[in-house]
Design a protein. Sequence first.
Length: 93
Amino acid sequence: MLTITADAADALRAVLGAKEGGVRISTDAPAPNGDGPHLTLEVVPEPEPEDEVVDAEGAQLYLDPIASDALDGKVLDADREADAVRFSLHDGD
């Protein structure tokens, strides 16, 4: 399962703002370098039926099945700057 840091949860809530729904991580094509799937993030009103729903301290994160498998055992972190959020993935302990 994907672990979400407190900083990433804060960033997800900031991205969502007052919008209903969650942030969906999905796969749309292989990564350009051939190293795993290409992941995309988008704000959506609700998960797809096959999505895994992860509660990130009140922010909803939806993972499509391929993203869920690819992110198993990973840690999602985030750095927030003035008007930007940078998400990063790390191997879990």
